[in-house]
Design a protein around this ligand. Structure first.
Ligand SMILES: Cc1cc2nc3c(=O)[nH]c(=O)nc-3n(C[C@H](O)[C@H](O)[C@H](O)COP(=O)(O)OP(=O)(O)OC[C@H]3O[C@@H](n4cnc5c(N)ncnc54)[C@H](O)[C@@H]3O)c2cc1C
Length: 377
């Protein structure tokens, strides 16, 4: 039978789309890329809802990176809207800047106490540093210990319990360390050199990426339904690694989310794109999309985000749960994957790892260079 495609790529998210684009444009090979969902762009998918507001279906996505090669690569497919993400958290009845910084301190404590704590932080860590909650909790100075306990209780503990069903210390330390404490007045959530939102949205950027004569996109299709009928040479797999092996060693656990959208006939709903509710209500945060897109419409849509446990076939796997026993289970699948020479595994579900968008983009570019382009015919 004549071979129609050189590669089958499973998944139209960052991992699959970046590799498909590279194979098509750099190797001049033919790619069939499939997704079981009815859209491209994976979890970065955005669309205009019935009220004409551009929303992110799977939660707010803010692009930020220090990797110039990633920024330059994606900039071939989109222009950017300059955007610095700002987050407030409802603490003791006030909306306080997060990451916790000198401005937050001024809102939560008396002027005298805030100044004393600022000075102690500056003396211990220096100006404009990022300090993890775990580092701060180790403080022996009673004032810094007080501050660490305050931040731990009000910012981290209940948020983690809601988000993961676990305390911060029960998870890999990298999770809580993603939101450090800043020893400055920098209110930006991210401090990366390059930050922005694709000017026409993420889906548009992915459309441009996949718009190549060598790429054929097939949606609403589980790869299992076509893998035996459409001939190809090699596979790039970006789906869940445990499902590839029929969960032979058991299922890898995930945390899932439920989003509830509400539209209001008013210009804006809240001050910034994201307000966290660590200590109140069942939801963790409310996102207002117009802040991200800068869209000019006379109404606004927000999404309330409710964490929930993941159930196969019922909801989506969002976050791998970074715990030692899960990493060990993943390793069993990774060992099996290693043996398959005609399948390359890459992506947050295939690597069982939380990646930011720039990280998965960088990884896909690297896997393409090292493992795909280098392959002998
Ligand atoms: C709520 C939330 C918010 C986030 N916010 C940010 C942010 O602000 N900034 C940031 O940098 N990153 C953010 N991320 C991370 C970002 O979503 C990921 O980095 C990115 O989506 C990973 O891309 P991927 O291609 O690995 O996976 P995905 O985007 O999940 O793509 C995998 C694709 O494979 C498909 N697939 C799976 N199995 C099959 C199958 N059997 N057959 C066919 N198709 C299949 C899936 O349908 C999916 O479309 C966020 C993640 C979440 C969950």
């Amino acid at each position: 039978m004549n071979k129609t495609f050189d590669y089958l790529v499973v998944g139209c998210g960052y991992a699959g789309s970046v590799i498909a684009e590279r194979i098509a444009s750099q190797l001049d090979k033919r790619v069939l890329i499939v997704d079981k969902r009815n859209h491209i762009a994976g979890n970065a998918y955005d669309y205009y809802n019935e009220n004409g507001v551009l929303v992110h279906k799977y939660g707010p996505h803010i692009f930020h990176t220090n990797a110039k090669h990633v920024w330059d690569y994606l900039s071939q497919f989109t222009d950017w809207r300059p955007y610095f993400h700002r987050v407030l958290a409802m603490i003791d009845g006030q909306k306080v800047p997060i990451p916790f910084n000198f401005n937050s301190m001024e809102m939560c404590f008396s002027k005298k106490l805030a100044e004393k704590l600022d000075q102690k932080l500056l003396d211990k860590f220096g100006f404009n540093k990022k300090v993890t909650i775990f580092e701060l909790l180790k403080s022996e100075d009673p004032d810094l210990k007080f501050l660490a306990d305050y931040i731990y209780k009000n910012v981290f503990l209940n948020y983690n319990l809601k988000q993961w069903g676990l305390k911060p210390e029960e998870l890999d330390k990298s999770v809580a360390s993603r939101v450090p404490i800043y020893t400055s007045r920098d209110d930006r959530y991210f401090t990366d050199v390059y930050q922005g939102i694709p000017l026409q949205g993420y889906t548009n950027m992915f459309q441009n990426m996949l718009n190549h004569k060598n790429i054929h996109v097939l949606l609403n299709t589980d790869y299992r339904d076509i893998v035996d009928t459409i001939p190809f040479d090699k596979m790039i797999y970006t789906g869940p690694i445990d499902l590839f092996f029929d969960s032979a060693f058991g299922n890898l656990p995930y945390r899932s989310l439920r989003f509830e959208q509400h539209t209001f006939e008013q210009d804006y709903f809240q001050e910034v794109a994201q307000v966290n509710y660590p200590n109140n209500y069942e939801y963790t945060r409310i996102t207002e999309f117009k802040h991200l897109s800068g869209q000019d419409v006379p109404r606004t849509t927000v999404a309330y985000e409710y964490p929930q446990s993941y159930e196969y076939g019922i909801n989506d796997p969002y976050y791998p749960v970074p715990k030692k026993e899960n990493t060990e289970l993943f390793q069993k699948y990774a060992n099996e994957a290693e043996k398959l020479k005609s399948v390359t595994f890459v992506g947050r579900l295939a690597d069982y790892k939380y990646y930011n968008m720039d990280q998965i983009c960088a990884r896909a570019l690297m896997v393409f260079e090292k493992e795909v382009a280098n392959e002998k015919e």
